[in-house]
Design a protein. Structure first.
Lengths: 363, 327
């Protein structure tokens, strides 16, 4: 037995090369189809991804300047997933559920940057009134079910929102109830029981939910291939009779196309989809992570697939936009990000007389 | 009239509330076709359909979390723990999601849920099926905890719990399901935050809840015959405590005994006596007394099990001692 394990390890080491099995999977991936977008949609996707990227860069700056505290998990590199999926859904109609890595999901869902940044600063104007912090962003108005700091616990909550959607249609007779829920979580989270429990229930009851796995290869310092017997997460869908798909998570148009298929299935009452997006985070696990384990070659491989640069190439080569259009967007976003920081800096602290408010529904 | 069994009183409450409000639904293991492990949801699935009375797979943490998500998006789920002990698997959902989420969300969401089911020490069910989770969950912020003890309060409290906009942990006791009582006519509810003054008296206050109410009643009978006048209070609300009723009684009797079925360490009585000491110290003529279960896993053997939980004679002795000797 011990010998088998040793052999297995050796084979993996030999087979993966310098950039690792995750990169090999991406390289070998055949994209089923990519979304066709017009100029306006292309610009909107670029804008959303740029906001995500530059907002997070600003967070790093503010964290090191001592303006925000606690564990802060940035999303750099994974923008194509948030923008690709949420952009294919209806804001303030469909529901979104995130993890501790939630800033960019909140922004894509439409939560104003001012509300997100001031939450990170712990201010009263934050989307969670300064009570939640980086890992607990919530906005009922924008159908953000929340950022959940414990691995896997958001998945059942998302399932509940999908259940409500079906319940409203069938038990309450609301024929137009067709909201779909997207649950975002990582590769490491796919080894917790709630993931499997919820796949089962979702398929059993044909609930309108998309399980979006952001497989960035790492769970803090745990290499996905060291944690998971079959690293191809999307294949687990088949065990539940569920639709499963893998997609290039650095390609927003591919993600968007896959999300459109999943949303269409869910709205038609055909049930859930397990969508595995192969992606990578460009920064450490959190701003407190020294990031010592990931190989330079691996980082290089993924950096070359920067989803913003990829979208720029696509849009420009299709003749939909010019580079100047995109530079103009970046300028606008920089102004928006600066504005949200200024807003957050001058925003009021929560009133200390309200320390115990929001415990009970009546208060 | 024959009266109503406690489990049927609970069933009536759920049935009536489901009829009143289509957002009220039930989810859990065997709540539908089977009618619930103690028949609290019998025939409701037939009446309201499989979506409103949802048989779930055996996945406590996920179906409890699902109830949270459903509540956040507009439904009013009642989660049945087939046995309350199984909800140890849903500790995270009850604590982090039900209890804390409204606060961490800065008031974005409310979680109108009821988590109910059979708990307590039954008859030789073994340690794992004899849990008193009310003590384990006591520190969780943002949840109300109630324990019913009679068919009348079971129905009234269940209706109130379903109508409440906060998460409510609702404890039933396996050995009380077959109590019978004539219920009040018509639609009534019992306040979730009010203790029940079961019997007025002047010499000593006994505070108790759930099945121990009935042990206390037996003890009170003996004590009254013995010339000791007991004020018996059923706490009903284990969180928050109805300190007004409790303090009023202590101002009258100046002596207090807590009788509980949970274990002594970190129990309901531990918190209760701390509060009494803080708030009523000057009113006390004797040290408060705590009668709790032993700090051990509940043994299977019947004799050992009886030795583990408080028996009526121990209540009698404690009351005699505190009243006669001031100890
Ligand atoms: C229940 C629980 N256990 C452990 C942790 C600590 N933890 C935080 S993130 C993380 C890794 C998760 O990796 P993955 O699911 O791949 O998501 P990623 O961080 O890569 O986005 C761990 C172990 C936690 N938050 N919750
Ligand atoms: Mg990961």
């Amino acid at each position: 037995m011990g010998q088998d394990i040793a052999m297995e390890t050796e084979r993996t080491a030999v087979g993966t090369g310098l950039t690792g099995a995750h990169a090999e999977r991406l390289s070998g991936l055949v994209t089923a189809s990519r979304a066709q977008v017009d100029r306006d949609t292309g610009l909107a996707l670029y804008r959303d991804m740029t906001l995500g990227r530059r907002f997070e860069d600003k967070c790093a700056e503010m964290y090191y300047r001592g303006k925000m505290f606690g564990f802060v998990h940035l999303y750099n590199g994974q923008e194509a997933v948030s923008t690709g999926v949420i952009g294919a859904m209806k804001r303030q109609h469909d529901w979104f559920c995130s993890t501790y890595r939630d800033h960019v999901h909140a922004l894509s869902a439409g939560v104003p940057a001012r509300e997100v940044m001031s939450e990170l600063f712990g201010k009263e104007t934050g989307c969670s009134k300064g009570r939640g912090g980086s890992m607990h962003l919530f906005s009922k108005e924008h159908h953000l079910l929340g950022g959940y700091a414990f691995i896997g616990e958001g998945i059942p909550v998302a399932l509940g929102a999908a259940f409500t959607s079906r319940y409203k249609r069938e038990a309450l007779g609301e024929a137009d109830s067709d909201s779909v829920t997207a649950a975002f979580f990582g590769d490491g989270t796919c080894n917790i029981g709630q993931f499997y429990e919820c796949l089962n229930m979702a398929q059993l009851w044909k609930l309108p939910i998309i399980f979006v796995v952001e497989n960035n290869k790492w769970a803090i310092g745990m290499d996905h291939n060291r944690a998971t017997s079959d690293p191809e997460i999307w294949r687990k869908a088949a065990s539940f009779g569920m639709a499963g798909e893998e997609v290039d998570g650095m390609d927003v148009l591919a993600v968007r196309a896959a999300a459109e298929r999943a949303v269409a299935r869910a709205r038609a009452g055909e049930g859930p989809t397990l969508l595995e997006c192969l992606t990578y985070r460009f920064r450490g696990h959190s701003l407190a992570d020294p990031d010592e384990l990931r190989a330079e070659e691996e980082k290089q491989f993924w950096a070359q697939r920067d989803p913003l640069k990829a979208l720029e190439r696509d849009l420009v080569s299709a003749g939909l936009v010019s580079s100047e259009d995109l530079r103009a967007i970046e300028k606008e976003i920089d102004a928006e990000v600066q504005d949200c920081v200024d807003f957050a800096l001058s925003a009021p602290e929560p009133d200390s007389s309200e320390l115990t408010r929001y415990i009970w529904a009546e208060d | 009239m024959a009266g109503t069994l406690l489990f049927n009183a609970l069933r009536e409450a759920i049935d009536e509330e489901m009829a009143l409000d289509p957002h009220v639904c039930v989810m859990g293991e065997d709540v539908g076709h089977y009618g619930g492990s103690y028949k609290v949801t019998k025939d409701l699935c037939e009446k309201y359909g499989e979506l409103r009375v949802l048989d779930t797979p055996i996945a406590e943490n996920s179906f409890t979390g699902m109830a949270v998500g459903a509540a956040m998006t507009g439904l009013r789920p009642i989660v049945e723990g087939m046995n309350m002990g199984f909800l140890l698997l849903a500790f995270n959902q009850i604590s982090n999601n039900m209890g804390m989420l409204r606060y961490t969300s800065g008031g974005n969401y409310t979680i109108p849920t009821v988590v109910r089911g059979p708990g307590g020490v039954g008859r030789q069910l073994g340690a794992e099926h004899s849990q008193r989770l009310e003590a384990y969950f006591h520190a969780v912020p943002g949840i109300k905890i109630v324990a019913c003890s009679t068919p009348t309060n079971a129905k009234g409290l269940m209706k109130a719990a379903i109508r409440d906009n906060n998460p409510v942990l609702f404890f039933e006791h396996v050995l009380l399901y077959n109590l019978t009582e004539e219920l009040p006519e018509g639609d009534y509810i019992c306040a979730l935050d009010q203790a029940d003054l079961v019997k007025e008296g002047t010499d000593v206050t006994i505070l108790t809840y759930s099945r121990m109410r009935h042990h206390c009643l037996k003890a009170v009978e003996q004590l009254e015959a013995d010339g000791i006048s007991v004020e018996l209070i059923d706490l009903i609300s284990l969180k928050p405590f109805d300190m007004e009723t409790i303090a009023r009684s202590i101002r009258k009797t100046h002596k207090v005994i807590v009788v509980e079925e949970c274990m002594k360490t970190g129990g309901i009585g531990a918190e209760l006596i701390a509060l009494i000491t803080e708030q009523c110290f000057d009113e006390l003529d004797a040290r408060p007394v705590r009668l709790s279960s032993q700090d051990i896993p509940t043994p299977y053997n019947g004799n050992l099990e009886n030795l583990t939980i408080i028996q009526p004679h121990q209540i009698v002795e404690a009351a005699q001692t505190i009243v006669r000797e001031g100890l």
